[in-house]
Design a protein around this ligand. Structure first.
Ligand code: FMN
Length: 331
């Protein structure tokens, strides 16, 4: 297999990256031995994500998926971030190299097809601190910092930030329409979030985003005969973590997206369930409140919920993706 076909199939793998509302706001262009990642502004959620943070995080996740896919093919890469001063949406040019191969990225490849967003209640079994430390190391390796929320008081402040964001977004022009648009996609669009991945509304709880009322995903039942509180109506032992970066420019947001991808894939490797949570970082006031709660000058980019899946939770349906030809820019 030639290197060019490796690059093409690696870009195809990158399309499995998570993205806000499964908008897949990326375009790819092949140029000689390189590939270019571009933001697709037509897919920005201007009501939900007016600053374009989620869009950049999603593109950063795709970039990290590409690194992982190249590493699995025995290739390294150089990444030139924002190489064109005249085109801020040309986010990166990636050149595959024969080495060195990032061993951490190569290990994550098998998780690309397994990772899914879990919105149901998780188990009451706590996540061991060693695993949380490994997730933080993944984020650090990708150029960001993962801050675990260790104490109840900070967790409560975060929950308040989510409530504030939800309250403000209720009246934000376009927010509700975007939720409807991206959860009720016409046949053949291969994007958006299907009803089978959205929890039935009565059971939804903070800090999860409230999706429109047509969710069909049931909460897991308590394990039969266990008498255990797992999956009972009393919350769970999922951990909340915040990905932060030093600055807040496009490169910082891309790095945060790379870190998000690394954290989600590494968690999947250990059979942990994950939910990216961006509602509180989409609203300026709520995002500032998170910074105050963490007592940091660093920039909150996104939250991640991580926990063991409930033992009685069934499989989630696969989420759709557009194919390579739908996201290619002319070379
Ligand atoms: C930047 C970003 C923000 C996201 N925000 C949320 C969120 O607030 N709530 C949620 O339930 N899922 C959120 N997600 C998860 C996406 O909805 C999910 O990745 C997408 O629907 C594809 O599904 P999958 O992750 O199962 O492949 C987010 C993902 C990304 C990358």
């Amino acid at each position: 297999m030639t290197r060019n076909s490796d690059l093409v199939t690696a870009v195809e793998d990158s399309l499995k990256a998570p993205s806000v509302h499964n908008t897949q706001p990326w375009r790819w262009r092949f140029r000689g031995n390189d590939t270019e990642l571009h933001a697709d502004r037509g897919r920005q959620l201007t009501g939900t994500d007016p600053e374009g943070r989620d869009l950049m995080l999603s593109c950063g996740a795709a970039l990290h998926h590409l690194r992982v896919a190249l590493a699995a093919r025995g290739l390294g890469c150089t990444v030139d971030l924002q190489p064109d001063p005249g085109d801020g949406d040309h986010l990166a040019t990636i050149t595959p190299t024969s080495g060195p191969v990032d061993p951490i990225a190569a290990e994550l490849y098998r998780q690309v097809d397994r990772r899914q967003t879990e919105r149901r209640r998780m188990s009451h079994r706590p996540v061991p601190p060693e695993l949380l430390a490994e997730l933080a190391e993944q984020a650090r390796h990708a150029g960001a910092v993962l801050v675990p929320i260790a104490d109840t008081a900070t967790r409560e402040q975060l929950a308040a930030a989510f409530r504030e964001a939800a309250a403000r977004q209720r009246f934000a022009p376009g927010y509700a329409a975007e939720l409807q648009l991206w959860t009720r996609r016409p046949a053949g669009t291969h994007d958006g979030i299907g009803a089978g991945n959205i929890v039935a509304p009565a059971a939804n709880e903070s800090p999860l985003r409230a999706f429109p009322g047509h969710g069909q995903l049931d909460q897991p039942r308590p394990a039969a005969g266990s008498g255990a509180p797992e999956a009972a109506d009393t919350g769970d032992a999922a951990e909340l973590m915040v990905i932060v970066t030093e600055g807040d420019d496009t490169a910082d947001r891309l790095r945060a997206g790379e870190a998000l991808s690394a954290v989600l894939l590494h968690a999947t490797r250990h059979r942990l369930a994950t939910t990216p949570l961006s509602q509180a970082t989409e609203v300026a006031q709520a995002r500032s409140a998170i910074g105050r709660a963490l007592q940091t000058a660093a920039q909150p980019q996104i939250l991640v919920r991580v926990g063991w899946p409930a033992t009685t939770a069934g499989d989630l349906p696969a989420t759709p993706r557009r194919d390579l030809w739908s996201v290619l820019l002319p070379s």
